[in-house]
Design a protein around this ligand. Structure first.
Ligand code: FES
Length: 156
């Protein structure tokens, strides 16, 4: 059974791009920002509306790192594991975050508050080790600072 509200919203987004295949990345971006991930029913409906195989929409959705096929937590923590950040201790940083939240990269906390993602170079190597939460940059991030930074996001 499909969720009628979701279908209506996807229709609105597809129409914004004139229902054309050339707008498909924009559509997925809009769906992602609306739901914080790409629900499977949404992708099925996009494929139907564009009259393309579902596999084509799925391959777009999995090709771009910015897209997520799984629900994400309220706050997205991205830790850079690129070379520059790695030599400055990114592994210890990601381990500390994982310990504090009891999750591994790619996972979401049980209370849906945080999702942790490890990525390659974010293009701000001078700031390494680098952690980004909801688009806000935390440079020279030491493991011992993790608790106080996360605390800012934990309050309801
Ligand atoms: S390696 Fe981390 S920002 Fe470049």
């Amino acid at each position: 059974m499909m969720n009628a509200d979701l279908i209506k919203e996807v229709d609105r987004i597809v129409d914004l791009y004139g229902g054309r295949i050339t707008g498909s990345i924009g559509m997925l971006q809009d769906i992602q920002s609306r739901y914080s991930y790409l629900p499977r029913e949404a992708l099925i409906h996009v494929a139907e509306r564009l009259d393309v195989p579902l596999s084509q929409v799925f391959s777009l959705a999995t090709f771009y790192k910015a897209f997520s096929l799984r629900p994400r937590g309220k706050h997205l923590i991205v830790v850079c594991m690129g070379t520059a950040c790695h030599v400055r201790g990114a592994t210890r940083l990601v381990d500390e975050i994982g310990r504090k939240l009891d999750i591994k990269p790619g996972e979401t906390t049980e209370d849906n508050l945080f999702t942790l993602e490890a990525v390659n170079c974010l293009g701000a190597c001078a700031l390494g080790p680098l952690m980004v939460i909801d688009g806000e940059y935390y440079g020279n991030m030491a493991p011992k600072k993790v608790e106080s930074v996360l605390g800012k996001y934990s309050e309801s």
